[in-house]
Design a protein around this ligand. Structure first.
Ligand SMILES: [Zn+2]
Length: 142
């Protein structure tokens, strides 16, 4: 045992707290999954298929690694195949060259943040690259 490591009593209490926290988090996450799936009618927003819960996944429109959060405006229902195809990319990067999936997404992902929606539309027009850096980008919109 390393010096300073909690003794058995403290450790079990600590373990308990960690366990409770994990349960709360897991329960909250399961709740959120069900809520998002229900909100989206159990329909994958990328391919429009309606599927049972065990074939669905929760997709971050803007991935966590790229700064996306767990808010419901950043979460959509996606089937496992579409989620895999999208990979770690933001939805707008995945959808820029996928016309059918983009049309489906814009039709069914009704609850996402408006800025995400705009990003998908802009990426399709090839304006995604300088969107964040160039304040004049908006002036060049068609
Ligand atoms: Zn799908």
């Amino acid at each position: 045992m390393e010096p300073g490591y909690p003794g058995p009593e403290r450790r079990s209490k600590r373990h308990h707290v960690v366990y409770d926290f994990a349960m709360t988090t897991a329960a909250a996450r399961a709740e959120r999954r069900r809520r998002i799936f229900a909100r989206d009618g159990h329909r994958c927003v990328y391919c429009a298929r309606v599927l049972p819960e065990d074939q669905l996944s929760l997709d971050h429109v803007e991935p966590r690694r790229k700064g996306g959060d767990h808010s419901e405006g950043n979460l959509v229902t996606a089937c496992r195949a579409c989620n895999r195809a999208k990979g770690g990319r933001p939805a707008w990067a995945y959808l820029a060259a996928e016309d059918d999936a983009r049309a489906t997404f814009l039709r069914y992902a009704r609850w996402i943040w408006p800025r995400h929606r705009r990003a998908v539309e802009e990426a399709a027009r090839g304006a995604a690259n300088d969107r964040h850096d160039d304040p004049a980008a908006g002036d060049r919109r068609p």
